[in-house]
Design a protein around this ligand. Structure first.
Ligand code: CP
Ligand code: NVA
Length: 300
């Protein structure tokens, strides 16, 4: 039975912990020459721009012995109206797995329902679970643990923080989210975390969220697909910036995280991003290791 990875919750906690440990092994060079996916093909279907996800998957697939096929929707019949269902059925006859980046989450769900191969979510408007895997690996790498770590997220209640809520809920991270009214994370995802007794709070004050935090995290104010709202959003989010002032509320050894790409001078200052506390490029690197561990788990 094929397994998909559309949200973080598709992994059991034990699988998540094993995956994070495996990613550490892979980062250390263990089994570098084994090529467990030799002869396989993984599609990369991206309806939105990507630097990290696209490149880290393409390279990770190659390092595991398989080939990646980058598919621009405009260059395949999907972009000319071939249905999601038919595209999923055809991909399943050739490929051993597919990574998809798209807009509405229901699109990837429909694709997965009609595919006989594992479908991996490379970002939708609602979730970014591959990012959350790398975030967890990075937090564990820097703080030595996940349970009890205080993570402050400052900014838009978007796909990245939705997946962070699931990550926090599964691992016992205490998550403080500071966001403006009407820009909260997804209500269903938040309520599920609360119903499980998770320590996840939505606040208005970035200072309050940052107080005593071990990790400070932010993401862009304008996500892909929201370009028309850019001017309005930049006004609404102007006080939700990760900067020196916010850093002064966190623990002295707090680290700075960002999924990237960063809009320097908007959600994060150069000072915060380039400070010795910043781990954003380790975080970006960890995309590669966690996704390789994910591919080893899902692709048969
Ligand atoms: N963090 C992330 O997913 O980056 P890309 O949009 O460059 O893939
Ligand atoms: N929230 C951002 C994340 C980019 C990796 C977006 O969806 O554009």
């Amino acid at each position: 039975m094929k397994r998909d990875f559309l949200t973080l919750r598709e992994l059991k906690l034990e699988e998540l912990n094993n995956l994070l440990n495996r990613a550490v092994e892979l980062k250390g060079g263990k089994d570098a020459s084994l090529c467990p996916l030799i002869g396989k093909s993984i599609g990369l279907l991206f309806e939105k721009a990507s630097t990290r996800t696209r490149i880290s998957f393409q390279i990770g697939v190659y390092q595991l012995g398989a080939q990646a096929i980058y598919l621009n929707p405009q260059e395949i019949q999907f972009g000319r109206g071939e249905t999601i269902e038919d595209t999923a059925r055809v991909f399943s006859r050739y490929m051993d797995g597919v990574v998809i980046r798209t807009f509405g989450h229901e699109k990837i769900e429909k694709f997965a329902k009609n595919a006989a191969i594992p479908v991996i979510n490379g970002l939708t408007d609602l979730h970014h679970p591959c990012q959350a895997l790398a975030d967890l690996m990075t937090i564990k790498e820097k703080k030595g643990k996940l349970q009890g770590v205080v993570l402050a997220y400052i900014g838009d209640g978007n796909n990245v923080v939705n997946s962070l809520i699931e990550a926090a809920s599964m691992t016992g991270i205490s998550l403080r989210i500071a966001c403006p009214v009407r820009y909260e994370p997804d209500e269903g995802i938040y309520k599920k975390a609360l119903s499980e007794g998770s320590d996840v709070k939505i606040l208005r004050s970035p200072e309050e969220a940052a107080k005593g935090a071990d990790v400070l995290y932010t993401d862009v104010w304008v996500s892909m697909g929201q370009e028309e709202e850019a001017a309005k959003r930049k006004k609404i989010f102007k006080d939700y910036q990760l900067n020196k002032h916010i850093l002064s509320f966190a623990k002295p050894d707090a680290v700075v995280m960002h999924c990237l790409p960063a809009h320097r001078g908007e959600e994060i200052t150069d000072e915060a991003m380039d400070s010795p506390r910043s781990v954003v490029f380790d975080q970006a690197e960890n995309r590669l290791h966690t996704q390789k561990a994910l591919l080893e788990l899902l692709v048969k």
